[in-house]
Structures are given as structure tokens and as C-alpha cells.
Write a protein that binds this ligand. Structure first.
Ligand code: GAP
Length: 506
């Protein structure tokens, strides 16, 4: 089930209007996706819940909505122009291009799996792997590097030379098999090289540096460059946060996995500014970890055992961060980053002060102390949240596929049906109820096919309640309400429906 869960979900998403491949009628455009009617509602519900939780319900966080196109100096100051690059490698046979770290990490995962099967326990497997590693002599790789790679499963941040050596010598490791191209299975690779992820845009008619801008590669920088504006136009006191929801763009190569990694995606980011002399960053870091986890489990309804925290290794961690931890979700293709939490120190504000020559310091209103605030950043991809929500909600039962979405997230809260489509008075009554409920809840109306098929269609988009108008309705103003998860029905008065659903959605 797990192996083809992704395929089944992708098919359901297309069939039921959650996610379509981008530019499909022109043959598609790699790593882009469009959201259909159900997907758009789900995306909005997640986005709204994030905003409500991280901005509206907190008195220490305000919002920002900055431009997508931005000055090239922002990205020079932030370090993205020089250092925001992924390691790429091409298959010499079919010319497919891959992230070098990803093909190595996939190979390590397979190798470790094989070894675990052979040795039964992690400890035994680790000992055997260590023995094999100790025998080797490498030029760029140390034994420590390789051991760490096998224990963490991560090589992100390795130099090109280290990755080249690993790819070249993979067949000397335990699995005794070279790294194959996932596309054509050949094993000859080009050298690993870095590829900058920023999307340059040429503005107006001015050629050269003056006309050069960038689509933002993260929403975070837009918060830093507006720090002075926000401070001067509000009455905030440290510690406080500035949050932003919006699109970011990265020219990434991805191995598929639907919307997990795309070149255009939406981020929910927040920069929490504080004085490191009065606030212990480790305590703040821990409290953000709890707040993020609570959101995922309680608000999005995700099962706790599908989540874990992972600390970035020194090499993987971005240069600006003193500590980074990822909240990971167990996707069908393994535990992967859902939400990053980083202590970015005063790096960004200091860089922008140096580059712009503008004052981005904070002056304490009581002591008069002037300093550059430090920052902790929780940064999540809204599309990644959506993929996780769909996967976690997907259930196959004997006779149906059902998305057990948290009712607050469901694209439609209620669906209304007339029992029979050819009875005018049933249809008229159902339409009347539908129109009334739609004033308050996202409501669907369906009179196609038989009632069983209508239930199945609503189950597949996760509609929590279906209301059916039958002959009894015409006699006593009651309807049946069917619960998606239990499939049980109860009879309620039409006059009580709004209050009933409202209470359920609290
Ligand atoms: N400001 C820090 C930052 O952008 P990141 O780890 O590169 O850090 C934060 O991105 C989050 O944005 C990730 O945890 C992930 O959820 C999401 N994200 C990053 N790149 C993405 C992509 N290409 N497609 C979809 N989501 C992405």
C-alpha cells in the first residue's frame, strides 16, 4: 500500500480536482502544478489556518505581504547570489539531470535497507558498515564523513569533490553496486557542479545590472529588508515576529513526488526578533518547536507517529544558522523535511545594514541600548503541508476510498442531495437547503447518479457531512445527515442544520 500510495493519491488528486500537472495541454512543464477546485479550497484552508494561528491569535506577531520581484542587491547581501546553489550531476548516457546529494542519499538508503535485512539489527548493520568503511582510503572523503552519511542518511552540503568521489567509488562500499541513473540505469556520470537556484528577471528596457532583479527565493529576505518600515510604523516591542505567506521561486531539479518540491511554491515564514542578552535562544527555540508541532497535530490533524525532529549536521546547516532542526513527515518516499526551524542570529539584518548602509538596529526604549536583534525562523512550505494532509487523510476501506480530512480543512463541509433526481419537489427542497447552507459553509449540491455513488464521490474529496432530502423531509421538515468517517446517519430538523454544523466546526 505504502509503495503505490503516492500513485494512488496523485490519480485521486487529478480525478477529483485537487492537483493537475502544470501546462498540461501543451505537454506539461516539469515541476509545476495547478490546483483544481478542491485543491484550491484545501490550500486556502491551510493557509488561513496558518495565518490565524501564527498572526491573528498572537499579539506579538504582525503580517507582511511583500513584492515577488526584488532588487538584486537583496540577494547579494543575503548570500544567495554567491551561495544558494544545489549540486547537480548528469547521466552521460540519457542526459537526465539529478541533484547529486539526492542520488547519493537514495543509494545510501537502499544500501542500509539491504544491510539491515541481512543483519537484522541497526547495531549489527552499523558495525559491519563501519568495518567496510575503515578498510578504504579516500582522497576527499574522511571515514567520519562516510560514517555520518550512513548514520544520518544525509550528504547535503558536501563539496563537489566529496560527492564525485562517493559516486565514483560507490561500488566499493557495502552494496558493491554502482550508483545507477534512476532513468536509464547506466552508471556513467559527469562531474558534480553547483547550479544557482535564483530566478533572474530582466526589468524594463535597462540592460545590465541596473535592470536585473530576482524572483524571491524565500519570503524571509523581504521581512528583513522591511524591518525598519515595520518597526517605524507599529508599536511593537521586542520580542516580536513578522510573518509572511506567499510564493517563492527556485530553479530546482526534482525527482518527481508531485508537489513536494516545485520551482514555484508557497511559504509560510516568520522571523521572530529578540534581544539575545535578555532572551535565551535555546528556550525560544524549544517553545517554537512545541508551537509548530501543536499546529501540525492539533490543527491539521496529523498522526504524531508520522512526525519526527531531525537536527541538521554541521555541513548541511546553512552558513547563516547556529542551529537548524527540521520537523519531518514520513512521506511514502521516506521521512522528509516539512518545516525548518533555524536560529539565524543577527546575520541577515547585519548583512543588509552593511550592503544598504541603512540603520537596521533596535533601540531599547527603557535602557537606550542599541543593537541588532537576533532572529529565530520557523519556515514551512504550504504545498508540502497540503501533500502531508492528503497523505495522512487517505484511507482505503473495503468499499470506498475516503479522505478523513480535519473538517476545518475539508474543501466542502457539507453536500446536499435529493434522494431522487427526477422528483421535482425533492430537488426543489434540496436546492433550498443547499442555498441556505451555502451562506455559511462551503456546500456542494449533487443530483447525478444514485445516492451511493454521490456518497463515494464526496468521501473521495473528504466532505465530512452529506445531507439527503427524502420523502419524509416533505412531511416533517427533517433530513438525514451522514457522517463521512462512521457512515452512520442521523435524522435532524432542517431548522437545526446550521447550528449543528457550526458546533461541529468549532
Ligand atoms: N527562509 C528559510 C528557508 O526558505 P528552506 O528550508 O529552504 O528554508 C523552508 O525552506 C520550507 O519551504 C521547507 O521546509 C519546505 O517546506 C518549503 N520548501 C522549500 N523549497 C521548496 C520547494 N522547492 N518546493 C516546495 N516547498 C519547498
Amino acid at each position: 500500500m505504502v509503495e503505490n500510495l503516492m500513485e494512488k493519491l496523485v490519480a485521486l488528486c487529478k480525478r477529483r480536482g485537487f492537483i493537475y500537472p502544470g501546462s498540461e495541454i501543451y505537454g506539461g512543464l516539469a515541476n509545476t502544478y495547478d490546483y483544481g477546485p478542491a485543491g484550491t479550497e484545501l490550500l486556502r484552508n491551510i493557509r488561513n489556518l496558518w495565518w490565524e494561528t501564527f498572526v491573528h491569535r498572537r499579539d506579538d506577531i504582525v503580517g507582511l505581504d511583500a513584492s515577488l520581484i526584488s532588487h538584486h542587491k537583496i540577494w547579494e547581501a543575503s548570500g544567495h547570489v554567491a551561495g544558494f546553489a544545489d549540486a547537480m550531476v548528469d547521466c552521460k548516457h540519457c542526459r537526465s539531470r539529478f541533484r547529486a546529494d539526492h542520488i547519493i542519499e537514495d543509494w545510501i538508503a537502499e544500501t542500509t535497507d539491504t544491510y539491515l535485512k541481512q543483519w537484522g539489527s541497526h547495531k549489527q548493520a552499523e558495525e559491519e558498515i563501519s568495518k567496510e568503511i575503515e578498510k578504504r582510503k579516500w582522497v576527499n572523503l574522511s571515514v567520519k564523513d562516510v560514517k555520518e552519511a550512513f548514520t544520518t542518511g544525509k550528504v547535503e552540503g558536501w563539496s563537489n569533490e566529496k560527492m564525485d568521489e562517493f559516486i565514483e567509488k560507490a561500488n566499493e562500499f557495502i552494496k558493491k553496486a554502482p550508483i545507477q541513473c534512476p532513468n536509464c540505469h547506466h552508471t556513467e556520470w559527469t562531474k558534480v557542479r553547483k547550479f544557482n537556484l535564483l530566478f533572474p528577471v530582466q526589468l524594463g528596457i535597462v540592460e545590465g545590472e541596473q535592470g536585473q532583479g530576482y524572483l524571491r527565493g524565500e519570503t524571509a529576505q523581504m521581512i528583513f529588508i522591511n524591518f525598519r518600515n515595520v518597526v517605524d510604523s507599529t508599536r511593537l516591542k521586542l520580542p516580536f515576529g513578522i510573518a509572511q505567506l506567499g510564493k517563492s521561486f527556485r530553479n530546482e531539479i526534482t525527482p518527481g513526488n508531485s508537489i513536494f518540491r516545485t520551482i514555484e511554491f508557497e511559504q509560510g515564514e516568520l522571523e521572530y526578533f529578540f534581544d539575545p542578552d535578555t532572551h535565551d535562544w535555546q528556550k525560544l527555540f524549544e517553545s517554537w518547536k512545541q508551537f509548530m508541532l501543536q499546529f501540525v497535530i492539533e490543527k491539521l490533524g496529523i498522526q504524531k507517529e508520522h512526525l519526527r525532529w531531525r537536527t541538521h549536521t554541521d555541513e548541511e546547516r546553512s552558513f547563516y544558522s547556529k542551529r537548524t532542526e527540521d520537523l519531518e513527515y514520513n512521506y511514502p518516499f521516506g521521512f522528509k523535511e516539512l518545516w525548518g526551524l533555524a536560529y539565524r542570529t543577527d546575520y541577515d539584518l547585519t548583512q543588509h545594514m552593511n550592503f544598504s548602509k541603512k540603520d537596521l538596529t533596535w533601540t531599547d526604549p527603557v535602557s537606550g541600548k542599541k543593537f541588532v536583534p537576533h532572529v529565530i525562523e520557523p519556515a514551512v512550505g504550504i504545498n508540502r503541508l497540503l501533500l502531508m494532509v492528503l497523505l495522512d487523510a487517505y484511507h482505503e476501506e473495503e468499499k470506498r476510498v475516503v479522505l478523513k480530512l480535519h473538517p476545518k480543512l475539508a474543501p466542502y463541509k457539507v453536500a446536499v442531495f435529493p434522494l431522487l433526481a427526477n422528483k421535482k419537489n425533492l430537488v426543489a427542497k434540496a436546492k433550498e437547503i443547499y442555498k441556505d447552507l451555502r451562506q455559511e459553509f462551503m456546500t456542494a449540491f449533487d443530483d447525478r447518479g444514485n445516492i451511493g455513488k454521490r456518497y463515494l464521490a464526496q468521501d473521495e474529496i473528504g466532505t465530512p457531512w452529506c445531507v439527503t432530502v427524502d420523502f419524509q423531509t416533505l412531511e416533517n421538515e427533517t433530513v438525514t445527515v451522514r457522517d463521512r468517517d462512521t457512515t452512520k446517519q442521523e435524522r435532524l430538523k432542517i431548522a437545526d442544520l446550521r447550528a449543528y454544523f457550526k458546533q461541529k466546526l468549532l
